[in-house]
Design a binder for this molecule. Structure first.
Ligand code: AHM
Length: 335
């Protein structure tokens, strides 16, 4: 069987379909190369002295793992000199990282969660890198945090790499979702699936059930009905899966359907949720919509949310269309 590499796929997207400019093609290739380096570090585990805490906190006050920091550095080093970017923003950095004057500056802005699912790093459970690409609006040389504060619907590309039994890169350029698998022998990414579709209906939900007593009534109503199974309002049984790495949970949903929730909870009433809009929710919402699913914060489409700050948090309900519509309707009915 003739295999299509990521490079060939991107060249064809650029040449035959005119879908992506050369700079964006380069950007995706560079990110994929960085993800390969992160995959190698993850695979080494204890042998590479990469496990455990780095002894520092990030801007969100969360303890950073060594691999969080290594992955962040790998992504910056790989992307800084190519001339395709104006600046980068990361869940692990307080402020944006502007491309220094010694390098040419491109028009793209790259945002990433360098290693999602930190609590799973040391226990050998799937983790991943999530990325989002925006275009800098205006042609002035300077770049500031304001340039990043665009709703997710303006993303030029988004994707993630999940480091699990296989390393898998899932990508959207705004025309569907394609999946690439890393061949560890050749070191190349190969196209293994195209045109992913999330089924409209599902009997599988994904949520951290230990937080149930802290949720708002519409979320409790939705989950209670799933738990009641065929004896309750839904008239059918549901299964539950929670990996605790958004990349792995979303990957399962893109593969076989399901609904993922990380809702607001009353322990931190001022925070809209745990997950970050710009590094996690927006890229995942773009992928999910491109695969025929939906993504909302319970009230509004995630991709329409206008960010007020870089590290903004958001509630998330995403996945199979009919389930997300139902959970969103319960929020509207609750007023
Ligand atoms: P992280 O950025 O520290 O990895 O946190 C994000 C992760 C998501 O991947 C996952 O969906 C969620 O946090 C898990 O949260 P919980 O610890 O409540 O299960």
């Amino acid at each position: 069987m003739k295999r299509v590499s990521l490079t060939q796929y991107l060249v064809e997207q650029q040449r035959e379909h005119g879908r992506i400019p050369a700079e964006l093609r380069l950007l995706i290739e560079v990110v994929a190369r960085a993800c390969k380096r992160i995959a190698i570090a993850v695979n080494k585990g204890a042998l590479g002295d990469v496990l455990g805490s780095a002894g520092t906190d990030n801007v969100q006050g969360e303890v950073q793992k060594k691999l969080d920091i290594i992955s962040n550095e790998v992504l910056i080093e790989a992307n800084i000199w190519g001339g395709h970017l104006a600046a980068m923003a990361s869940e692990e950095m307080d402020s944006i990282h502007v491309v220094p004057d010694r390098y040419p500056q491109g028009e793209y802005l790259l945002l990433f969660d360098p290693l999602d699912g930190s609590s799973n790093i040391d226990v050998n459970v799937s983790i991943g890198t999530i990325f989002s690409v925006l275009r800098k609006v205006g042609h002035t040389r300077g770049v500031s945090e304001e340039d990043f504060l665009q709703p997710g619907k303006h993303q030029a590309a988004a994707g993630y790499c999940v480091y699990g039994p296989q390393s898998t890169l899932v990508l959207t350029l705004g025309n569907g979702v394609a999946v690439f698998t890393l061949d560890r022998e050749t070191g190349s990414w190969y196209l293994t699936q195209e045109g992913l579709r999330i089924p409209d209906d599902t009997q599988e939900f994904s949520v951290n059930m230990s937080n149930l007593r802290h949720w708002a009534p519409p979320v409790t109503r939705y989950i209670d009905e799933c738990l009641a199974g065929r004896d309750g309002a839904r008239g059918k049984d549901f299964n539950m899966r929670w990996v605790g790495s958004m990349v792995a949970d979303v990957h399962r949903i893109l593969t076989r359907g399901g609904v993922f929730l990380y809702p607001w909870d009353k322990r931190e009433p001022d925070k809209p949720g745990k997950l970050r809009l710009m590094y996690e929710a927006n890229p995942m919402a773009f992928l999910v919509e491109q695969a025929g699913g939906l993504a909302t914060n319970g009230r509004e489409r995630i991709l329409d949310v206008q960010p007020a700050k870089l590290h903004e948090r958001v509630s998330v309900v995403l996945g199979s269309k009919n389930e997300v519509e139902r959970a969103t309707r319960y929020h509207a009915e609750a007023g």
